[in-house]
Write a protein that binds this ligand. Structure first.
Ligand code: WT7
Length: 660
């Protein structure tokens, strides 16, 4: 089964430079043997391994006694019981107290040459003031606070201030529409929203406050909106509900203590799409999440003091949470906050950023790499990228062409490339190379991180496929500290989605191969989740957005392979009787419908208006057939005899690939 994939098995050993003490700090894990030894310890004795690591990397206000409790079978996982720690104290105070002038955040604004630096000392003052604002507006431990903000330092301050008072932040990516925002604010019962007047991205303005106003029309529970000024534009302010951030923070002192938080107290919610139903509020707890963030930041990015770390994600996604904010700040690193786009104002922006700030670790998504590769190598010329030591990717499988380009043109063959596999639910990396230890293969996330016991299962029988050269669904056999604990207000759904499909295992929803050498290749989702430019979308969500349109009778959404975005959204739409089929306006309307209900990033690339969808005699939609057709694989549709009307297929093929 494994050889249906064209994998690139060329081997890339750790670059010699990384192991030369004259050129680079010694990697924490600097040989395959050392990795294997540590991995063994983490699996054979997780209590000892993670207990030690938790005390080494985090500061606890009250020690834990029980390292681990519960398991995957019952869905009652808990780590570092009895222990208390505050995530904000770990990310800010302890560094501000010892080294207040160290730069915590380099804010690279949308327009070039406007970078600002925020020290740990300043960060502590800002966070304390905002914590004061939250408390003054009635926010207490356990409350949820919605954050709808662009990539400005105050967004980081917002997350940390919530953590300081023990409130759960629920960050909603500022690309989501008013309706999507409303659903998330509502589901989490947030009473307070933090936002800005506007946002800036790639020279364009994002109307954050206007979108918040629209969303809150139907969220009666929200009592307070705190508005930070990003552009200074005039925006409507609702009396008694809306307050200016600037006015509010001035009322509060520069220091206020951090709340004592139990290790298993919830830390944040982050909504993500599943294969069915509404978005899920994935919930992470404090001790385990913080340890996952800190440990992977240390070992996968091999963080050493003096490094300048840059993750290009948005704080609205888990990558931003873990690798812009919590991982780097937990270890007292300098983290780059990038407000703009890789192509703004020119496709040299990333390379200018690296050269200007002497970035040592750079982390981005395959989709950005593919887009920049397409635009031509000339954009890289003349930029000094010699500060780089480790370059990483995340979000989707990386194709070998993009991997090679990244390694050669960006890494100049002298950096370690880390293809990191993980999910919102895993909290931190779970399969990834360690830069000083692992020989990589382009497109493989290689080996599990410490404590991650990987299993590849037969999708039908659920039996574990042992040994090498196997393909199946990717699962994890035992709990790890940073795994999500539940879905907000819906533990039943948590169990059904992750722990019940294969009893005793955490089910990732991805397919994977373990090749002849034991390397793991993640193949992509096996459920109805589409990955567009690293954004996770559910087909069901897009379908329900389309069906709200008055002309639509029925619809089916599938992902098609795409050279730049990985997958693209293709929608098949059956119209109600009497609606004329050949209408460009209607296609446009349907696309804007999805933009409105979910957000611009969910807009279908193609909309096919069709007479019929492929269904079985019992009325079940056969998505597999649609997936094959949009992938240009109509000649290998497999068995279509179970279709109620096999002639539908012919019509669909002609629609997608019209005969010349
Ligand atoms: C899904 C999780 C975790 C950060 C960003 C996305 C896919 C993620 C990789 C990788 C192959 C990957 C998977 C996963 N994915 N990283 N290195 N190789 N696939 O987080 O939105 O929770 O999406 O992204 O399909 O299940 P997310």
């Amino acid at each position: 089964m494994a050889d249906q994939y064209q994998d690139d098995h060329s081997l890339f050993p750790v670059p010699a430079r990384l192991l030369d003490p004259a050129q680079c700090p010694k990697p924490f894990v600097s040989s395959l043997d050392q990795y294997k030894k540590m991995y063994r310890q983490s699996i054979d004795n997780p209590e000892e391994f993670f207990g030690k690591l938790a005390n080494e990397l985090l500061t606890w206000s009250k020690p834990f006694h029980t390292v681990r409790h519960g398991g995957l079978e019952h869905g009652d996982v808990a780590w570092f019981l009895e222990g208390e720690l505050n995530a904000c104290y770990n990310c800010v105070d302890r560094h501000a107290l010892t080294d207040p002038n160290k730069v915590a955040i380099i804010y690279e604004a949308d327009e070039p040459n406007q970078a600002e630096r925020i020290t740990y000392g300043e960060l502590l003052r800002k966070v304390c003031q905002l914590a004061g604002v939250l408390r003054a507006h009635g926010i207490r431990k356990g409350d949820t606070v919605a954050i709808y903000m662009p990539m400005i330092p105050e967004a980081v301050v917002a997350l940390l201030a919530c953590a300081r008072v023990g409130a759960l932040h629920s960050v909603i990516f500022a690309g989501f529409s008013a309706e999507a925002l409303r659903d998330r604010v509502h589901d989490a019962s947030s009473r307070l929203v933090l936002t800005t007047d506007q946002g800036k991205r790639g020279g364009k303005t994002i109307e954050t406050k206007r979108i918040v106003d629209e969303a809150l029309k139907t969220c009666p529970k929200v009592e307070t909106v705190i508005v930070c000024q990003r552009t200074g534009a005039e925006v409507p302010m609702k009396d008694g509900r809306d307050y200016w951030w600037g006015d509010e923070v001035f009322k509060h002192p520069f220091y206020t203590p951090a709340e004592d938080i139990n290790s298993e107290d919830p830390m944040f919610l982050l909504y993500t799409s599943g294969s069915t139903g509404s978005p899920k509020g994935v919930m992470h707890t404090t001790g385990g999440y913080m340890l996952g963030a800190a440990a992977t930041f240390k070992y996968v990015f091999d963080y050493h003091p003096g490094d300048i770390f840059a993750c290009m994600a948005d704080v609205g996604w888990i990558t931003g949470h873990t690798y812009i904010v919590y991982g780097p700040l937990a270890l007292g690193a300098t983290t780059v906050l990038f407000e703009s786009l890789p192509t703004y104002p020119t496709p040299s922006r990333y390379w200018e950023l690296i050269a200007e700030h002497k970035i040592t670790q750079f982390y981005t998504a395959p989709t950005a790499i593919r887009a920049l590769r397409r635009l031509g190598d000339e954009w890289l010329e003349g930029h000094d990228l010699s500060s780089l030591r480790i370059i990483g990717t995340v979000g989707e499988p990386i194709n070998p062409e993009a991997w090679h380009w990244y390694n050669e043109k960006v890494g100049k063959g002298r950096c370690a490339v880390v293809d990191t596999y993980w999910q919102t639910e895993t909290g931190s990396h779970i399969i990834t190379p360690l830069p000083g230890a692992i020989t990589t293969k382009p497109g493989s996330a290689t080996f599990p991180f410490f404590g991650i016991d990987i299993a590849i299962l037969d999708p039908v029988t659920g039996k574990e496929l042992v040994g090498n050269d196997v393909t199946g669904v990717l699962a994890v056999k035992r709990p790890w500290p940073s795994m999500a604990r539940t879905i907000y207000n819906n533990h039943y759904r948590f169990m059904e989605t992750y722990l019940k499909p294969y009893a005793g295992y955490y089910f990732t929803g991805d397919g994977a191969t373990r090749d002849k050498d034991g390397y793991i290749w993640v193949r992509g989702r096996v459920d109805d989740v589409i990955n567009v430019s690293g954004h996770r979308l559910s087909t069901a969500e897009i379908e329900s957005a389309l069906i709200m349109h008055h002309s639509v009778a029925e619809t089916a959404v599938v992902g098609a392979p795409d050279d730049v975005t990985g997958q693209s959204i293709n929608a098949f739409v059956c119209l109600k009787p009497g609606v004329p089929v050949y209408s460009m306006d209607l296609t446009r309307e349907l696309i804007s419908q999805v933009r409105k209900v979910i957000g611009p990033f969910a807009a279908p690339k193609k909309v096919y208006l069709v007479e019929d969808l492929p269904k079985t005699r019992s009325g079940k939609l056969m998505r597999r057939i649609l997936r094959k057709i949009v992938a240009g694989e109509s000649d290998s549709l497999g068995d279509i005899s179970t279709l109620a009307d096999p002639s539908v297929v012919e019509a669909l093929i002609n629609k997608v690939n019209p005969p010349p």
